[in-house]
Design a protein around this ligand. Structure first.
Ligand SMILES: [Zn+2]
Length: 472
C-alpha cells in the first residue's frame, strides 16, 4: 500500500486517532470518511485495532509499530491497554479534549503544516488523571466538550476551532506543579519503577486508589465525588499518592489517623464504614472489580487487626475467621458481664490500654484471647456486693456488716493490687508478676457462712471499714 502524496509527521506521543484525523484533514476529509475510503473504520483506529492502524500507518507513510505505540487498545468490558498498562473507560477522556495551550502554540511555531493541522493530540492528555502539562507546568485546558458521535476523537476537526482562541488560552493558563500521581502515571507508562505498593496494582486501580484516599485526606470522610472540580481531583491525586508512596505503613498510618480523629458517639458504636467514609463505601459497594482486591486487602487487614471484629463479622465480603481484638462493648455483649464490671476486671488483670479511662466502651480495645480468659475466670467466681447480698439472702444492713467484717471480700487479686498500689511510690508501681496472678486466681471470695463453702477456703485479711465498692 503506497503512502498518500500529502502526509503529516507523526508527533511524539501522538495517538493513532489524532494522526488519522490530521492526515484525513490534510486530504480534505473528516476522519470517518477517510478511513472508510481505505476499507477500515475510524472507530477501529480509536480502539487500537492493529489492522486498522497498519492501514493508516501505510497511507500516512509511518511505521505501523510507531503509530501503534501510543494506541489505547480496547478490550472486554470497557477496558483498555495502553503501553502495556491497564486502564478503564471511566479513566479516559472521550468527549472532552484536554490540551496544553503552550504545547499547541509550540506545535504551530515549529511545524511546516497549516496552523490547524500542526497541533497533535498527545496520548497522555487522554488520561483523566493527567491534569497538568509536565513540559510547561500548567493546568491542561478542556478545549472541547463535544458529544456529537460523528465528531468524537476527530482531533483535527476540534482543534481547528481552538486555534483562533489559542492566544487567550495561553494567556489564562494556570501555572501548577505536576502532582506526585501525575508524575507517577507518566513514569509508569514509560516503564519507570515507582512505589512498590502502587506498581503491583493495575494502573487504573493505582490511580483510583490514590484519588479515593486523597479525596478523603483533603476533603473529609464523605466528599461528594460526583461534584469534585478538576482542581480538587488534582489535589486529591497528589495527596493520595503521598499516602501510598509510603507503602503499607503509610496506608495504615493514614487509616489510623481517621480512626483516632473520628468524633465518636458516647458509646463509640460506629464501625469502619463511618470512620473510613467514602473509602469504605467505594470498596464495599462499588463495582465488583477483582482489580481492587489488593486495596480491599490493605484496608481489610487494617480492620481485622485494629477493630474489635470476630467470627460472624464480614469485611469486604470475607468472613472474619479469628478475633484479634475485643472492646469492652463486644466482650460485654459476648459474656453478658456489665461493661463497668468488665472494665474493673480487665483493669485489675492489666489488660486495658493506659488511656482506657478516656475511651468509650466501643473504643477500649484489648487482646481478645487474654481478655476473654480473664472474663471467663472472673464471671462465675465474683459477684458484686449487692449480688453477694442477694445470694446470701442478707438484707442491706447485714450485707454491709458482712462486708465490713470481711466475710464478703473483694477478689484477692483486686485487693492485692490496690494495697500494693497504695503503698508503692507511683514511679515504682508495676504490674503483678505471672506467679502472683496465678496465686491470686486460686481464691475469689470467702466461704458462704450460711449455706456452706461455695469456693476454695480463704481466710480474709482485715478490710478497711467504709462503704463497699459497687463492683469488685
Ligand atoms: Zn505543554
Amino acid at each position: 500500500m503506497r503512502p498518500l502524496r500529502h502526509t503529516v509527521p507523526l508527533g511524539v506521543g501522538e495517538t493513532p486517532a489524532s494522526f488519522a484525523s490530521r492526515t484525513a484533514a490534510l486530504n480534505g476529509l473528516p476522519a470517518r470518511e477517510f478511513c472508510l475510503d481505505f476499507r477500515t473504520t475510524f472507530q477501529k483506529v480509536v480502539d487500537g485495532d492493529p489492522v486498522a492502524i497498519a492501514v493508516v500507518a501505510a497511507k500516512g507513510g509511518v511505521p505501523a509499530a510507531s503509530l501503534a505505540e501510543h494506541a489505547f487498545i480496547r478490550g472486554e468490558k470497557h477496558r483498555y491497554v495502553h503501553r502495556g498498562e491497564e486502564l478503564i473507560r471511566g479513566g479516559l477522556r472521550r468527549q472532552a479534549i484536554a490540551v496544553c495551550p503552550h504545547c499547541l502554540a509550540e506545535d504551530i511555531a515549529t511545524s511546516q503544516s497549516r496552523p490547524s493541522l500542526a497541533p497533535f493530540g498527545r496520548a497522555i492528555w487522554q488520561i483523566a488523571a493527567i491534569k497538568t502539562c509536565a513540559v510547561h507546568g500548567i493546568a491542561l485546558s478542556i478545549a472541547v466538550r463535544d458529544r456529537t458521535p460523528s465528531k468524537l476523537h476527530d482531533f483535527a476537526h476540534h482543534v481547528a476551532g481552538v486555534v483562533p482562541d489559542l492566544d487567550r488560552l495561553v494567556a489564562v493558563a494556570v501555572e501548577r506543579p505536576v502532582s506526585g500521581l501525575e508524575a507517577y502515571v507518566t513514569g509508569r507508562l514509560n516503564a519507570d519503577a515507582g512505589p512498590q505498593l502502587l506498581d503491583q496494582l493495575p494502573l487504573y486501580v493505582a490511580i483510583g486508589a490514590c484519588e479515593l484516599f486523597g479525596a478523603v485526606a483533603t476533603l473529609g470522610r464523605t466528599p461528594d465525588l460526583k461534584r469534585l472540580t478538576d482542581e480538587q481531583w488534582h489535589a486529591a491525586g497528589g495527596a493520595g499518592f503521598e499516602i501510598f508512596a509510603s507503602g503499607e505503613a503509610g496506608v495504615a498510618d493514614f487509616l489510623e489517623g481517621l480512626r483516632k480523629s473520628y468524633p465518636y458517639s458516647g458509646a463509640a458504636t460506629e464501625g469502619a464504614q463511618a470512620i473510613f467514609g467514602r473509602i469504605y463505601q467505594a470498596l464495599e459497594y462499588g463495582p465488583e472489580d477483582p482489580g481492587y482486591d489488593g486495596v480491599r486487602d490493605l484496608v481489610g487487614d487494617f480492620i481485622r487487626t485494629r477493630f474489635p471484629v470476630g467470627p460472624g463479622d464480614v469485611v469486604f465480603g470475607k468472613p472474619v475467621e479469628r478475633r484479634i481484638l475485643h472492646s469492652v462493648r463486644t466482650l460485654s455483649a459476648e459474656t453478658g458481664l456489665h461493661p463497668k464490671r468488665l472494665r474493673k476486671l480487665l483493669r485489675v488483670a492489666g489488660r486495658l490500654p493506659a488511656d482506657a479511662d478516656g475511651l468509650a466502651d466501643g473504643n477500649c480495645l484489648f487482646d481478645a484471647e487474654r481478655g476473654s480468659q480473664d472474663a471467663r475466670e472472673a464471671a462465675p467466681a465474683t459477684l458484686s456486693v449487692r449480688k453477694a447480698g442477694e445470694y446470701l439472702n442478707a438484707p442491706r444492713v447485714q450485707r454491709d456488716m458482712l462486708y465490713r467484717t470481711g466475710l464478703i471480700v473483694p477478689p484477692r487479686s483486686f485487693r492485692h493490687r490496690m494495697r500494693s498500689l497504695s503503698r508503692t511510690p507511683r514511679q515504682d508501681r508495676r504490674k503483678c508478676t505471672s506467679g502472683e496472678r496465678a496465686s491470686c486466681r486460686q481464691v475469689r471470695y470467702s466461704d458462704n457462712p450460711v449455706s456452706g463453702p461455695i469456693g476454695p477456703r480463704y481466710t480474709p485479711a482485715p478490710v478497711a471499714a467504709g462503704s463497699p465498692p459497687d463492683h469488685f
